[in-house]
Design a protein around this ligand. Structure first.
Ligand code: SAH
Length: 269
C-alpha cells in the first residue's frame, strides 16, 4: 500500500467515504489503470463493495483488506437481483452505518441504471456521491485506435443501447442512421444483425466501416474490423462475444493509419 500512501500524501483533498454514505462509482472497462483516483479512494475506504458482473477482478483486488464484497449483478438477463432489490440493499447497508461503494463497470451513469439507484438513495435520505468512470465505449475505441471524433469526419458521436428494432424503448435506428454520425453500440451482440439491417434500411451504406471490440482492456480483448453489412456474420464466425462495443462509421478507418505507429499496450497488461 505504500504506493497508495505516497499518492494520497501528494494529492490534496482526497474525499472521505463516511459511514452511512454511498459512492456510486465507475470501475472503468477492466484495466485497473483506468480507475479514477476517487474510485480507488472508495475501494480502499469501503466497508462493503456492491459490484456488478462487469467489474474486473483486478479492480476488486484493490479493495481494502477489511472490505466485504457483495455481487449484485444481473447475469445474461436472468432475474437474479431486481433493480429494486439492489437499491433497497444499498439503502439498508448505508442505514446500518457502513461505508458503501457501489461499483459498476464503466461509468455508473451510462447504460447502468445509476440514475435509478441515485434516486432511491436520495428518496431515502442517504448521502451519496457519483464517481464517474471511463465508459466502455470510449475505452474500446482507444483500445482499437479509433478516434471518437476526427476533424473532417465527424463533429458528433452517438452512444446507443443495442436493443432490437422491435424492443420496448429501442432507439429509432433509421433516425440515427440518417444523422450520418458514427454510432457506438453497447449491449448489441445479440441483436447485431437486426440492428445492422435497420441502419441499412435507414440509409447507411452496407460498406460503412464497422468494428467490434470485445472485452476491451482485459487479457481477453479482441478486435474485429468489418463492414456494417457483414459485421454480425463476421463476429459470429470469429466467436466474438459480449461484452463488446460495436462502432460503425468512417472513424473506424483511421485505425489503419494509427496502427502502424502505435506501441502495443497489451504487453504491459
Ligand atoms: N456502465 C457501462 C455500460 C454497462 S452496459 C459503461 O459505462 O461502460 C454493458 C455493456 O457495456 C456491455 O454489453 C458491452 O457493450 C459494454 N462493455 C462493458 N465492458 C466492456 C469491455 N471491457 N469491453 C467491451 N465492451 C464492454
Amino acid at each position: 500500500m505504500s504506493g497508495w500512501t505516497d499518492l494520497a500524501a501528494r494529492r490534496s483533498g482526497i474525499p472521505v467515504l463516511e459511514p452511512g454514505h454511498v459512492w456510486l462509482a465507475g470501475a472503468g472497462p477492466g484495466d485497473p489503470g483506468l480507475l479514477t483516483l476517487d474510485a480507488l479512494a472508495g475501494l480502499v475506504q469501503a466497508d462493503v463493495i456492491v459490484h456488478d458482473a462487469l467489474v474486473d477482478p483486478r479492480v476488486l483486488a484493490l479493495a481494502g483488506p477489511g472490505a466485504r464484497l457483495e455481487f449484485a449483478g444481473k447475469r445474461g438477463g436472468k432475474p437474479s437481483a431486481t433493480q429494486e432489490d439492489i437499491s433497497r440493499r444499498l439503502v439498508a447497508l448505508a442505514q446500518a452505518g457502513d461505508r458503501v461503494l457501489r461499483l459498476k463497470g464503466g461509468d455508473p451513469f451510462v447504460f447502468a441504471r445509476g440514475g435509478e439507484e441515485a434516486a432511491a438513495l436520495a428518496a431515502a435520505g442517504v448521502p451519496f456521491r457519483i464517481v464517474p468512470g471511463v465508459t466502455a465505449g470510449l475505452a474500446a475505441l482507444a483500445a482499437a485506435l479509433i478516434p471518437a471524433t476526427l476533424r473532417g469526419i465527424n463533429r458528433a458521436v452517438i452512444f446507443a443501447a443495442g436493443y432490437g428494432a422491435d424492443a420496448d424503448g429501442a432507439p429509432d435506428w433509421g433516425a440515427l442512421a440518417r444523422t450520418g454520425e458514427p454510432i457506438v453500440l453497447y449491449m448489441a451482440m445479440r441483436n447485431l444483425a437486426e440492428i445492422a439491417d435497420a441502419l441499412i434500411a435507414g440509409g447507411l451504406a452496407p460498406h460503412t466501416p464497422a468494428a467490434v471490440i470485445a472485452a476491451a482492456t482485459t487479457a481477453a480483448e479482441r478486435i474485429l474490423v468489418s463492414t456494417l453489412g457483414r459485421v454480425a456474420a463476421d463476429a459470429r464466425a470469429n466467436g466474438i462475444e459480449a461484452p463488446a462495443i460495436v462502432v460503425i462509421g468512417d472513424i473506424v478507418t483511421a485505425r489503419e493509419d494509427l496502427g502502424a505507429a502505435a506501441a502495443a499496450p497489451e504487453a504491459s497488461r
